[in-house]
Design a protein around this ligand. Structure first.
Ligand SMILES: [Zn+2]
Length: 64
């Protein structure tokens, strides 16, 4: 599954298909100049370097 990694907080969000809305939870809508990368959610979280967003994923550990 593709996700959007916020490199500043190292949280992976669910990627929205709607280009006007970056993430499912809207966290980045209010972030000024977010540094993001499209990643594979499994790969990004597998080695513990990033966490899933608690709002985008039911098994995510935290909000933003
Ligand atoms: Zn999110």
């Amino acid at each position: 599954m593709r996700g959007l990694l916020n490199e500043q907080t190292e949280v992976v969000h669910r990627l929205e298909d709607d280009p006007a809305k970056l993430t499912d939870c809207g966290a980045l809508d209010y972030t000024v100049d977010p540094v993001t990368t499209v990643v594979d959610v499994g790969d990004a979280t597998e080695n513990g370097s990033a966490e899933k967003c608690g709002r985008c994923f039911e098994d995510g550990p935290r909000g933003y």
